[in-house]
Design a protein. Structure first.
Lengths: 247, 110
């Protein structure tokens, strides 16, 4: 009986949601004024042929997103909310690995690594770290951004794990960095809600296209994503190595 | 200038082709690794040098790429080959010199 009731309730809920989103039945009462005021109508009504002043790299001021990279404009500005969800997916994946593999240090010895790898990792690790940071701080200017930059940071830590059998990353530090980055992303969105009316709106001046300090909140979002992705993937690598030692 | 760049890029391509041929024809893992890494390192260097000749304004960026390849490719291949040796992959034929024989076994026992 309980199951039948729950099933009927779910079906009714689904019907309300399906009918509600259509303008003709209008259960959620979409009125014209609300549509006029929403972000969606701004982009629906936007004319492709209007506002086509030529964009000159290094000169154009206060463009809509201010990013020199079109894909970044979409990912970190127009669909920034979607990116927040993607970062959450990665967080859940890292959490799952952590629960399965366990972040406890079993403390057994790993295989000794080769001399050549050991010496060269000392030279390569800082270079890889700097390159990763370069990629996510320049995400609004060049191809790349938070996800590849963060992966590069994580791979530099993977190199340290491979090169030194006694190396242990500071897991607690990475977990804290990850939590702070995730919180900052949401806080940035809420500041946008307060300042501009929409969650994650680009509320800062966008500056000159092509400069390092341009694009409003886009570089801030990408630095946050870079730190979060880097610390999450490093956490996954650490969990994997600990699991391998246990087996 | 563009003739020089074409010559360099074609020379790089020849090295790549030789490396691919070596991967197909060499008899054992160790000899194949020689073909796969040494030939491609030089091939990439020559191709990138050809790009510098064609576009001198990209020189700094390409030198950075060259540095990364020089720094990583040999390290990666030596690490791969080292773990292959530890896993007991046999070299082709009867090598006259094998300085590593018995070395890794002892290290594990310690």
């Amino acid at each position: 009986m309980k199951r039948v009731f729950a099933g009927l309730l779910a079906v009714a809920f689904g019907v309300v949601l399906l009918l509600g989103i259509s303008a003709s039945t209008g259960l959620f009462s979409y009125n014209e004024e609300l549509l006029d005021d929403s972000a969606a109508s701004h982009y629906i009504a936007k004319d492709v042929n209007g506002d086509t002043g030529e964009i000159i790299f290094g000169e154009t001021m206060d463009a809509e997103t201010g990013s020199a990279n079109m894909v970044t404009s979409v990912i970190a500005n127009y669909r920034s909310f979607d990116t927040l969800g993607e970062v959450t997916v990665l967080f859940l994946a890292a959490l799952g690995v952590s629960l399965l593999a366990g972040s406890m240090d079993k403390g057994r010895k790993r295989r000794k690594s080769g001399f050549i790898l050991k010496v060269s990792s000392g030279i390569l690790f800082p270079l890889m770290l700097v390159t990763g940071i370069y990629i996510f701080t320049h995400g609004h200017l060049t191809p790349g951004g938070g996800f590849p930059g963060g992966s590069m940071i994580a791979s530099s830590f993977l190199l340290l794990y491979l090169a030194d059998e006694n190396f242990r990353a500071n897991v607690r530090g990475f977990k804290i960095a990850e939590g702070i980055a995730g919180t900052l992303y949401v806080v940035l969105g809420i500041i946008g809600l307060l300042a501009g009316g929409y969650f994650l709106i680009n509320f800062l001046p966008t500056g000159v296209v092509g400069n390092l300090f341009s694009g409003g909140i886009i570089p801030i979002v990408y630095v946050i994503i870079g730190l979060k992705v880097g610390s999450e993937i490093t956490g996954i690598i650490t969990d994997m190595f600990n699991e391998e030692v246990k087996a | 200038m563009s003739v020089l760049s074409y010559i360099l890029i074609i020379a790089g391509g020849i090295f790549y082709a030789t490396g691919g041929l070596g991967l197909l024809r060499m008899p054992s893992l160790y000899t194949r690794a020689q073909a796969g890494t040494k030939a491609t390192t030089l091939g990439t260097m020559l191709t990138l040098a050809g790009v510098i000749a064609a576009r001198p304004e990209w020189t700094l960026k390409i030198l950075l790429i060259m540095f990364f390849i020089v720094a990583t490719n040999p390290v990666g291949s030596s690490t791969l080959i080292r773990s292959a040796y530890r896993s007991g992959v046999k070299p082709y034929g009867q090598p006259e010199v094998d300085d590593l024989s018995g070395f890794y076994g002892k290290e594990e026992e310690q």
